[in-house]
Design a protein around this ligand. Structure first.
Ligand code: GLU
Length: 388
């Protein structure tokens, strides 16, 4: 059992749970899930709900047959169903006095760095205001080629986006088994996974075959993504009583995938792997010291120049100005001047270069006034920064 309680939890509920195995969304099941999420949220945790069921809801509303072929038809079902799905969640969370907010994501929102930051800001704003974000893929506009495709993978990307501690994948099975429990009476539940190896992939099968009926392959894919970012993952049965709180409390329920260690290092590698721009941010001595020795974010006030051009979300080099600081105490200034004036850090820019150029040297409070908008107080956040 983990020593520290997870603070931020992403809960993913699949269609099989929301419909309770029928063809329709099940209000009692959804009310129960809303109660569980609201209760955790009201106990000092932060919950993000990743919900499937839009297409199922659309099918229910329009009386459509189970198998629909064309992309446009599915998009239509999602367009009708997403509103209906959200209406239900909104009502059910209201019973427990919990406000919710909808975010519909597409593939580009999590793969393009600038849009990743936008989605992250929205998510953080909702959480900071104690609102439960309810997330689904924007199926009404996402075509097959550009889809994330399944909500297991989506929820893992959301967990990374939200910087979550725990991802709970609720399904209609107790977890991952050593064999197909419907065919092999000796099949046992795997309670803890430390490495996702070939044997595990073979057990998960493809979706629709063997154990993959519950979509175990996509759940493993989700576990790979989340664990790498230092997030623990649990696959559990959504019908189990109080499953969300119990899993969050560390009870041995379902299949638990331990997070990989050194998440900060992995995150940093991810920063370095992003689109590296040729642009550079030149900072003053004070900012350089704050980045190097105090683990601070870079504020516009510490920027003296912008070189080259880059977009919000690009990775840029941060360099220290080679100009001497104002010399008030000669001895001190000399020692600062003796420091390396090359690249001191690399990080993800929160503003495009032309806008940073306009706010360089400014107090963060005046960003909105100068630009007419704001993405927040920092130019490069310390979480998105690696010292060189
Ligand atoms: N986004 C789909 C829907 O809401 C569900 C995808 C999935 O269940 O994995 O219908």
């Amino acid at each position: 059992m983990r020593t520290q309680q997870p603070k931020r939890i992403v809960v993913k509920v699949g269609t099989s749970i929301l419909t309770d195995g029928t063809r329709w969304l099940s209000p009692p099941r959804m009310v129960d899930l809303a109660r569980q999420c609201a209760s955790l949220q009201q106990n000092e945790r932060e919950v993000v709900l990743c919900t499937s069921g839009a297409i199922a809801a659309g099918r229910e509303r329009l009386g459509y047959p189970d198998s629909v072929g064309t992309v446009a038809t599915k998009q239509m079902l999602a367009a009708v169903g997403q509103g209906r799905l959200m209406l239900m969640w909104e009502r059910f969370f209201e019973i427990y006095g919990q406000t919710v907010g909808q975010i519909l994501l597409t593939h580009g929102d999590v793969t393009s760095r600038g849009r990743f930051l936008n989605a992250q800001d929205t998510l953080q704003a909702l959480l900071a205001n104690r609102i439960i974000p309810i997330i689904n893929e924007n199926d009404a506009v996402a075509t097959e080629e550009i889809k994330i495709g399944d909500n297991d993978n989506l929820s893992a990307l959301v967990a990374v986006l939200a910087d979550a501690d725990l991802l709970i994948l609720l399904t209609d099975q107790p977890g991952l088994f050593t064999a197909d429990p419907r065919q092999d009476p000796r099949a046992e539940l795997i309670t803890e996974v430390r490495a996702i190896d070939d044997r595990l992939w073979a057990l998960a099968g493809d979706s629709g075959t063997g154990l993959g009926v519950g979509g175990m392959a996509t759940k493993l894919e989700a576990a790979v993504i989340a664990r790498r970012a230092g997030i623990e993952v649990v696959i559990a049965n959504g019908r189990e009583r109080d499953v969300i709180a119990r899993v969050a409390a560390g009870e041995a329920l379902g299949t638990r995938f331990l997070a990989l260690e050194t998440p900060p290092e992995n995150r940093k590698r991810w920063i370095l792997a992003g689109a590296v721009s040729s642009g550079r941010i030149v900072v003053d001595f004070g900012a350089a010291r704050a980045l190097r020795h105090e683990g601070r974010s870079l504020l516009p006030a510490g920027i003296v120049a912008i070189e080259g051009s880059f977009d919000r979300g690009d990775t840029v080099a941060i360099v220290e100005t080679s100009e001497a600081p104002e010399v008030t105490e000669p001895g001190k200034a000399n020692s600062i001047r003796g420091a390396d004036s090359g690249e001191i850090a690399r990080g993800v820019a929160r503003y495009p270069s032309e806008d940073l150029d306009r706010i360089k040297g400014c107090h963060s409070e005046s960003i909105a006034e100068v630009l007419g908008y704001t993405y927040g107080a920092v130019a490069v956040h310390r979480n998105d920064l690696i010292l060189m």
